[in-house]
Design a protein around this ligand. Sequence first.
Ligand code: OGA
Ligand code: NI
Length: 363
Amino acid sequence: MISLIFNQIIKLSATTSIIKSHIQEMEKLVSSWCKNKPLPESYIFPPETRPGNLVVPTCNTIPVIDLNKAEGQNRTHIVQQILKAGQEYGFFQVVNHGVPENLMNESMDVFKEFFEMPWEDKAMLYSEDPKNSCRLSTSSVNYAREKIHHWRDNLRHPCHPLQDCIKHWPQKPVRYREVVATYTIEAKKLGLRILELVSEGLGLESRYFGDKLSESEILSINHYPPCPDPSLTLGVAKHCDPNLLTLLHQGDVSGLQVFNNGEWIGVEPLHNAFVVNIGNQLQIISNNKLKSVEHRVVTNSRVARTSAGFFIGPSEDSIIEPEKSLVDDAPFYRAFEFKDFLLHYFPNLEDNEVVMGHFKSQA
Ligand code: OGA
Ligand code: NI
């Protein structure tokens, strides 16, 4: 009996110390300390990369594409619109995309609710190990090494294969798993549909990206609390996405900016739309016919912003190289294994030229 109690005490104290270390680490989350505090020095970007003037043109320059029209006689026109947007901006928005509006809203609600929960409900998910299959973290993957932190908290997890992944997802809010499972299935369907249109535009067979090249699905939910001085910091510093294609649900609060023609332009939040952007792998496979373009996130002092990126990408063992039929003279990139791209990407995240330069062909 005594030893039973003793064992229980040991177990309890082990659990308590795990929870304690989680609490200490969790204090790094911006949302856990930022209320009524000035912007700490470690969040102040150098003058050349801080946003400074926050009034950027949000003009309707980034194309908005109506996917309803892709099924009728306008299909070629839509394919051309997608290709042109992918070449010029690396970004476009899609409306009438087939993901039900109530599912978009319900997912956004459940994402927000997750971040609003008390810390006890989130503590077990906090992790600084990027290999953890579902993890809550803050700033970028380089938190321990980076000079300046980013004003965001993040929850990310893989979504495929669903039956293996879902057991690692948050258990609270209680409807999280059900809502998010439905959402990721719909988002994948939409992503594949867009990739089919891209394939058609590039003159490839419509299922070209349908298999290994789009096998990985990662959901990454960002929470940007209101910030005391948005002119000095960033939610996410400039970067390109390392995957094939990203579908972003940015809710109703602006913040996303895209680099175009030497200036930052804001991507206007459109209710019930997805922001779609070309990842590094789609640029490489298309031999630069499509562009992965740098983007960043600015914060604001009024309201919290929540966004959810759905990253579709190759399986880690996929061999990536420019598609032969898209190479005119010489390929711009050499062949490589996707996992090697990721190894090189994360330490160089903020410098797309360095990332892509490493995979350029020598010819
Ligand atoms: C990203 C990203 C944009 C946003 O997570 O890669 O670019 O609006 N997010 O949160
Ligand atoms: Ni991004």
